[in-house]
Design a binder for this molecule. Structure first.
Ligand SMILES: [Zn+2]
Ligand SMILES: [Zn+2]
Ligand SMILES: [Zn+2]
Ligand SMILES: [Zn+2]
Ligand SMILES: [Zn+2]
Length: 851
């Protein structure tokens, strides 16, 4: 029997798809990477009985990166990044997706791609095809590779997709490749150059990355532009003539002035005194017209993000994550779509009927079904997916808070598109006082239509008018001048930003939330109440800097032109290489001009930030000039010697302390200790060696004295190293004397930590070796604190073999660092108090370093 391999975008989707296609009769096993499952059954495929195998990837299989040496910030001129080689790397190496796909696909006869139906999904299709082909002796024929097209995880959609397989679209996939490459080259070149330039100069620049993105920066530009408008705004006073009259049934009605306002107080006063000559106003006319508020057009992604932000207070990134989960669980159709028009054959009625028993909106739904549904308004058909639609009924209890609120909105919006428009009567009454005209307007509801579902759009009941008749005279209660000021615009709301991005063609429905999220997490804007976006001083300085040097770097025009080209690639109307080459060339020239003109931007930075020499506090001594260097705590934390004008990077995210005023024997710099807390990692290091590793096995910015192989250094691995690591291949367990009295051994490669001899007075590593290969240690306790047998105060032995030490040694992994995926059967989780595997000979390993 032949085999068909089917691949979905996420493990949860593979499970749902397999369940639907096999009618719940598939068997499931874990894949070899532990994250993806394989679902198998026998069934029909293109009128053949075959073995069907459904599995998944976890998003993108590959990611684009520069080849190794170009990832070194110090050795590579960023200008080279426009032309250097790139390579596709595994996106998440630990998942081993390509290997997994090659194994599962090795003997398959057909490949069916069930990736999400958008451009990213199309791109992943080709990553999957490549990976599967790798494992085959005989490559799959193009006729045996199929693409399933679907918009919702429902039985009907999925089975229809299998019956109507198409071919994967290589042009769409290529447009994604082009976007990735452009973003990588342009983004990295500008980002590296700026970050190095400004971080090396300013101490209170509280940011680890000064990034540039061809999409992200124009997005920030919109926020800063609004900020500038607010800053330069000058309020103007104006005057409004306000007249209040009493209607025949005794209501006070405030009238609007026909001239609206006057910017000249003298003139306004003249009109006031004219009106004051009268105590009655005459009704000139009463006019009523029927008006309607139109029901919404069907929902697309951009509108969903806008409403989620303005109405539900959810950021676009968060909202889209929830929407995707609702889609995966089959509650809504695919949430990434530009389309706002239902296809002719879309079964609106049965979709609506699923909602008729809901306690939330069932009554309204039954009413619409009773009177017959209204054809939805014609929107835009992008030809990708139907609009975002609820596909199955859900109750308040089965979804968590935000999921329910989003589902509730999506469903109400859908129902509203099938309801009638809201109709109301608008009545305007015109008054005359002497020569001046005044009006008042009111509404009365004729039929609520869709506003009984989208209740927040309902007409207010407060603005109904009392009855007036033409030629009627009404008494003027009051006439006065009101002084007002023109109002500055407010900061952009997220919803407004989304609209601007859409209007200018920046980003796509998939990337808009990412760009907005990026400018927030990179500290260029902060989100204030009402989801208003307020630029930080860094965000403002950056945008103003680009504007001074090359405004096109911030303007949306460049990017939208590129997005247009990318779209042409997707449609097969533009050549991938030509677009890529042309765009890279333009940005390369812009980059060179930017580098030449950087002083213009620097002048702005000087105003907002303090130079390194004026920041931080005196800390430890420089080995070159013996003066105190300054410790700059704002991220990324650094040491700066003002006299030598040198900056030294430090290990991040921990505490930095001076270590007993000891000095590095190689360069005389004072040693420091770094620690992430008593349960976390720690080591001592020399700030100079940390940045300029003296030995080839010390990696720059990776480690400290615990990797120093200086043969006589009293702080190095030779003096404090104990044995090979128990968990990793290359690591050495090294005693950290700065951790006393919470003594610990830490691996200089991985996260293994061994706590030992708590509250001991002194712990030293001996020159003698135990039979197991580990160095012996000597521990000393103060008289009253001894934990050793018979309360002896000093003892030598092996941490792994000496029975008396077993209770005083406790192994675990660093807790303050990032969580570690445990390998194998969780042996790393159990506290290893027993005898571990014998360590390899440490001295042999050390010797190897000197070869
Ligand atoms: Zn110095
Ligand atoms: Zn040193
Ligand atoms: Zn050393
Ligand atoms: Zn290790
Ligand atoms: Zn031993």
């Amino acid at each position: 029997m032949k085999t068909a391999l089917m691949v979905a975008e996420k493990p949860s989707l593979a499970a749902s798809l397999a369940n639907i296609l096999s009618n719940g009769r598939c068997t499931t096993r874990k894949g070899l990477n532990g994250s993806c499952s394989v679902h198998e059954w026998v069934g029909q495929f293109r009128s053949e009985t075959v073995n069907l195998k459904m599995t998944s990837v976890c998003g993108h299989v590959m990611t684009l990166d520069f080849i190794g040496k170009y990832n070194n910030w110090d050795k590579v001129d960023p200008a080279e990044l426009f032309s250097c080689s790139t390579e596709k790397k595994e996106a998440v190496p630990k998942l081993k997706i390509p290997y997994f796909l090659a194994k599962e696909g090795a003997h398959c006869d057909y490949l069916v791609l069930w990736l999400d139906c958008d451009k990213e999904g199309e791109n992943i299709c080709f990553e999957v095809i490549n990976a599967v082909q790798q494992g085959m002796h005989r490559k799959l024929h193009i006729n045996d590779i199929w693409r399933a097209r679907f918009s919702a995880i429902t039985e009907k959609d999925i089975k229809a997709a299998l019956a109507n397989l198409i071919k994967p679209n290589e042009n769409e996939a290529k447009s994604v490749d082009a976007r990735q490459e452009l973003d990588l080259r342009i983004g990295c070149a500008f980002t590296r150059y700026q970050t190095k330039f400004f971080q090396g100069k300013y101490g209170d620049l509280d940011v680890s990355l000064i990034s540039y993105g061809p999409c992200q920066t124009p997005t920030l530009g919109f926020c800063v532009q609004r900020h500038d408008e607010i800053q330069t705004f000058k309020p103007d006073p104006y005057w409004v003539l306000q007249v209040t009259v009493k209607s025949s049934d005794g209501q006070d009605i405030v009238l609007s002035w026909g001239r609206v306002r006057s910017f000249d107080k003298e003139v306004a006063n003249m009109f006031l005194s004219h009106v004051k000559e009268h105590d009655q106003a005459t009704v000139v006319s009463v006019q009523s017209t029927e008006k309607s508020k139109s029901r919404p057009i069907a929902l697309n992604t951009v509108e969903l993000m806008r409403v989620a932000s303005s109405g539900l207070g959810m950021g676009p990134q968060h909202a889209m994550q929830i929407a995707e989960r609702l889609y995966t669980q089959g509650y809504i159709s695919y949430p990434r779509t530009e389309t706002t028009s239902y296809p002719e054959n879309f079964d609106l009625l049965s979709t609506l009927k699923q909602q008729q028993n809901s306690p939330e909106w069932g009554e309204e739904v039954r009413q619409i079904i009773g009177t017959g549904i209204n054809r939805p308004k014609k929107g835009h058909d992008a030809g990708d997916h139907p609009p975002i639609t609820p596909m199955k009924h859900a109750t308040r209890n089965e979804l968590d808070g935000d999921s329910w609120r989003l589902y509730d909105y999506i469903t109400r919006h859908f129902i509203a598109t099938l309801a009638r428009d809201c109709r109301y009567l608008s009545t305007t009454v015109k008054f005359e006082i002497g020569m001046e005209i005044f009006t008042t307007t009111g509404h009365s509801l004729l039929s609520p239509g869709y506003t009984s579902i989208l209740t927040w759009q309902a007409l207010g009941s407060s603005d109904t008018l009392p009855k007036f008749t033409p030629d009627e005279k009404v008494n003027i209660q009051e006439a006065k001048l009101v002084e007002c000021y023109t109002q500055p615009p407010d900061y952009l709301t997220e919803a407004e930003l989304i609209s601007l991005m859409e209007k200018h063609g920046i980003g796509t429905d998939a990337s808009i939330p990412v760009h907005i999220n990026n400018i927030c997490i990179r500290n260029y804007v902060t989100v204030a109440a009402g989801r208003k976006l307020i630029p930080t001083s860094l965000g403002i300085v950056l945008v103003h800097g680009y504007q001074k040097i090359d405004p096109e770097l911030v303007l949306p025009t460049m990017r939208s032109a590129v997005e247009e080209q990318l779209n042409l690639i997707a449609l097969g109307r533009a050549d991938f290489y030509a677009v890529l080459q042309h765009t890279v060339e333009i940005f390369k020239q812009k980059f060179h001009y930017f580098v030449q003109s950087i002083e213009a931007m620097d002048q702005l930075f000087e105003v907002s930030f303090s130079p390194l020499s004026a920041s931080g506090k005196a800390h430890s001594r420089c080995g070159k000039c013996r003066r105190y260097m300054k410790y700059i705590q704002t991220k990324p934390s650094r040491m700066h010697c003002a006299h030598c004008n040198e900056t030294y990077n430090l290990p991040q995210n921990g505490n930095i302390r001076i270590y007993k005023e000891l000095k590095c024997p190689l360069d005389d710099f004072e040693l420091l200790s770094w620690s992430t807390g008593t349960r976390g990692k720690s080591y001592t290091f020399c700030p100079y060696c940390y940045n300029n590793p003296p030995f080839r096995d010390m990696k720059k910015g990776m480690s400290g004295c615990n990797s120093c192989t200086h043969p006589t250094c009293p702080h190095g691995m030779n003096s404090n190293g104990l044995s090979s690591c128990l968990e990793c291949d290359l690591g050495i367990l090294v005693l950290d004397p700065s951790a006393a009295p919470k003594w610990k051994l830490g691996c200089n490669r991985c996260d293994v930590i061994i706590h030992l001899f708590e509250n001991a007075h002194k712990v030293t590593v001996d020159t003698d070796t135990c039979d197991c290969g580990a160095q012996l240690v000597t521990v000393e306790y103060k008289q009253d604190k001894s934990k050793l047998p018979n309360e002896v105060t000093e003892m030598s032995g092996c941490v792994f073999c000496t029975a008396a030490f077993v209770a005083l040694v406790e192994k675990h992994r660093a807790v303050a660092s990032k969580p570690v995926i445990t390998r194998g059967r969780g042996h790393a989780k159990s506290r290893n108090r027993g005898k571990p595997k014998p360590p390899k000979d440490k001295m042999a390993q050390l010797a190897a370093y000197f070869v």
